[in-house]
Design a protein around this ligand. Structure first.
Ligand code: SAM
Length: 256
């Protein structure tokens, strides 16, 4: 529990805003997307989706596929509690929507659907087809029900273990990949390597919780140093990487 806090203090000392970013691509991405303060109409739909989950009193039995929870002690959970504690925050959800929007993502992949809070943030972007992977069948069923209720038809939920599902991908590529589950070093590096054949020059990878543990930060550093990665942005709760060959290899630490 101490590690994320100490890491955050360090992050505050080393992070910056757009000042000092000389790369036009990164400067535009930070100022026009990450720091975009416009009130998008889509936000109210995302908030409504969240609120509908926060009202759900029913309990479901969870199959824990990841590294476990720092909050829940049992595998029986109320839907509203999953939305509150395991779901992506409102700020991150809006940010994810903006990234898919800014990059005009047409094919997105999410590892870790949970109740679909991030899924809908990606899918609410017109023409963005989203594949999302969830290991827990009961959780995926709730997500499907709620996404159907808001007619979110561009989402394909694949139920299964991340690694097994990725290994079945063929003849595809993704514009945006959001990795939000099974936060440990070996698995994160494994998913990164397995997904590399499906990236193109403009693909953005987003890794959640890079300071969840020392191991996750080690994985993040290895990903930053990977020869295929050009630009990386450490935003504390997210690590973002681009593969654009025309960019020189550079790392940024940006406060969101
Ligand atoms: C933190 S939650 C995802 C939150 C979600 N992205 C959102 O927007 O609210 C992580 C999810 O990943 C799933 N998961 C973790 N490890 C997995 C694995 N190895 N294979 C499949 N699903 C996994 C868990 O069951 C859990 O629902």
């Amino acid at each position: 529990m101490l590690y994320p806090i100490l890491s955050y203090l360090k992050f505050l000392l080393t992070s910056t805003n757009q000042h000092g970013i000389h790369s036009p691509f990164v400067f535009d991405f930070v100022t026009k997307c990450l720091y975009d303060t416009r009130k998008y109409a889509e936000y109210s739909h995302l908030n409504a989706y969240r609120n509908s989950l926060l009202k759900r009193e029913e309990t479901i039995l969870i199959t824990d596929f990841g590294t476990g929870s720092k909050v829940f002690k049992t595998n029986k959970r109320k839907v509203k509690d999953i939305a509150k504690h395991a779901g992506i925050s409102k700020k991150k959800q809006h940010l994810l929507f903006r990234m898919a929007h800014y990059l005009n993502s047409k094919f997105s992949l999410e590892l870790g659907t949970s109740l679909g809070l991030a899924t809908i943030a990606l899918a609410i972007n017109k023409n963005n087809k989203v594949t999302t992977v969830e290991g827990c069948k009961n959780t995926a069923e709730v997500a499907r029900k709620h996404l159907d209720a808001v007619e979110c038809t561009s989402v394909k939920i694949q139920v299964g273990d991340f690694e097994k599902v990725i290994k079945k991908f063929a003849n595809t590529s993704f514009d945006l990949v959001y990795v939000d589950g099974n936060h440990n070093k070996e698995s994160t590096l494994n998913y990164f390597e397995l997904l590399l054949p499906f990236v193109h020059n403009e693909t953005l990878f987003i890794f959640d919780d890079i300071y969840w543990s020392k191991g996750m930060t080690e994985a993040w550093k290895e990903i930053q140093n990977h020869p295929k990665v050009s630009v990386s942005i450490d935003a504390y709760y997210w690590g973002l990487v681009f593969f654009r060959k025309e960019q020189k290899k550079e790392s940024f630490t940006v406060r969101l």
